[in-house]
Design a protein around this ligand. Structure first.
Ligand code: PGA
Length: 250
């Protein structure tokens, strides 16, 4: 059985005081939830949120990181710094980073390797654009991203790997992929994992859906056999709404 993961991607929202308030509100609302819960605020909030979420069932993740440990890389944050303050997860390859900051599969691959080497749990994002979907290229695009981002991992322990399938056209648009479509692509990603890392690993790896997930559509998504949780943007910024997603099975 794969334990569901519900992760909130706060993107560039919430100041430190707002972030702390949101987690304080969230704590009692999600107490006893069966899902693994993660919140991913901006870098400047991480330290405070690790402290605020101590002794709760909320894990803390970053939204990005660089793959080098330290050095002359102005403006970057390394896995060493994240680990040092108790961060456990890191979102990598989000479509906004691919689109606005020109990250490609080979760079994201280096970040995945660095995260695993530092025992951070990467939440690797993949997904096609609307143009690619309409051209019938969704499966080819996702396959290339999975293979490109998960290169050279043979000798590594992949227990910590989490993947999020986020069709770009469904992010922040209010359009959700149908649960059947999402399930089909996620099943396809799992098949790619069988080729890359074997049956056992593929069966163990949690693969989430992301794109306009809300408390009103999470149940249907979670009823699908391949969907192991959600990466939630907009709806994770409100404690009540996010807790409704976390407690999808209640
Ligand atoms: P959304 O964002 O839930 O606001 O669509 C999801 C994401 O970008 O991770």
């Amino acid at each position: 059985m794969r334990r569901p993961v519900i992760a909130g991607n706060w993107k560039m929202n919430k100041t430190v005081s707002e972030a702390v308030k949101l987690v304080e509100e969230l704590k009692p609302l999600i107490e006893g939830a069966s899902a693994e819960v993660v919140v991913c605020p901006t870098f400047v909030c991480l330290n405070d949120l690790v402290k605020t979420s101590k002794n709760s069932n909320i894990g803390v993740g970053a939204q990005n990181m660089y793959y080098k440990d330290s050095g002359a890389y102005t403006g970057e944050i390394s896995p060493v710094f994240l680990k040092d303050i108790g961060v456990e997860y890191v979102i990598l390859g989000h479509s906004e980073r691919r689109q606005y900051f020109k990250e490609d599969d080979s760079e994201i691959n280096k970040k995945v390797v660095a995260a695993l080497d530092h025992k951070l749990k990467p939440i690797l994002c993949v997904g096609e654009t609307l143009k690619q979907r309409e051209a019938g290229e969704a499966f080819d695009v996702v396959s290339a991203q999975v293979k490109g981002c998960l290169k050279d991992l043979e000798s590594r322990n992949l227990d910590d790997l989490i993947i999020a399938y986020e069709p770009v056209w469904a992010i922040g648009t209010g359009k959700t992929a149908t649960s059947r479509d999402a399930n089909e692509v996620i099943g396809f990603i799992r098949k790619q994992l069988v080729e890359l890392c074997g049956n056992d690993m593929a069966e163990k790896t949690r693969i989430l859906y992301g794109g306009s997930v809300k408390s009103s559509n999470i149940k249907e998504l979670m009823n699908m056999s391949e969907i192991d949780g959600a990466l939630v943007g907009g709806a994770s910024l409100d404690a009540k709404e996010f807790s409704g997603i976390v407690k999808f099975n209640l």
